[in-house]
Design a protein around this ligand. Sequence first.
Ligand code: SF4
Length: 105
Amino acid sequence: MIQRNRRTFMFQVAAGGIALAASRAQAQATGAKLEESDPQAMALGYKQDTTKVDAKKYPAFVPGSNCDNCLRLEGTPGSDYRPCSLFPGKLVSVRGWCSEWTPEI
Ligand code: SF4
């Protein structure tokens, strides 16, 4: 009986993990793109295209830096838009940039 309960428990844990992973994938696939007009995006100088970054306003901008090589980018590589830890529920352009850019280690 205990053996069966353990097996049932392990199955439920595995099923829960699969459901959580599917939920995250769904959230990534359906998240709204972060608009440059979003107040937080504006405050951080977010641009969907790094060529549009105002380097005079943001002298810390390093040519070649973008969301794709930022430590805060999340999600699965290969997508043009991915989650960022600074903008929960939104997707940022991998070719974008904001003043919180942090180089990958
Ligand atoms: Fe892009 Fe990094 Fe800014 Fe997020 S924190 S928007 S990944 S540069």
